[in-house]
Ligand binder design. Sequence first.
Ligand code: M6P
Ligand code: ZN
Length: 194
Amino acid sequence: MEKVKNVKSIAVKFNLDDGISPDVKSKKRVLSEMEGIYYNNEELKKMLSKGNPIVYEFYDLDIPESEGNIKFGTTILYPGKVGNEFFMTKGHFHEILDTAEIYYCIRGHGYMLMENTEGNVEVQEMTAGISVYVPPGFAHRSINVSEKEPLISFFAYRADAGHDYKTIEMKGFRKLVLEKGGKPDIIDNPKWIK
Ligand code: M6P
Ligand code: ZN
């Protein structure tokens, strides 16, 4: 087996209260980058006419994208809604499909929505202290169902796994998490394309 060479050890701080790393620059995804991702795109456009808030930010550390490495960091998903759909990440499959990911929720309240190409859907609730295993082959999306708190989680996955966004952008997830009567409601996505 080939050895992973020239990778130094690193130590990175992630704050427990806001998930931010003071030493590293995060990647930010703003609402305008989420066109077509939410169920109600008209509502998204209306919101964009008033501003372009950050929906989430996450860390993509400079770790070589090779098989023996592990990418890790925190994701900070802010509270908010597009219409009655909670703020969420784009969601993706891994390009190397049979690779897993681990999340550890540090703060907040949300869900991890997962589905594989066979149509199996998995949903896990996330609160501080819960760790979620996203099995190989499952697309994954985090959803923040809190009205006021960010959903902060630590993640780790095989560094060469890659992100496939196209499938989700085209088809959507089979389920939506919407706010109904002040509570999260998980429904079938009427716009899901087979
Ligand atoms: C987590 C990890 C990253 C991912 C990010 C944002 O931080 O899973 O790999 O990029 O969430 O999610 P997405 O890429 O779906 O927008
Ligand atoms: Zn992933």
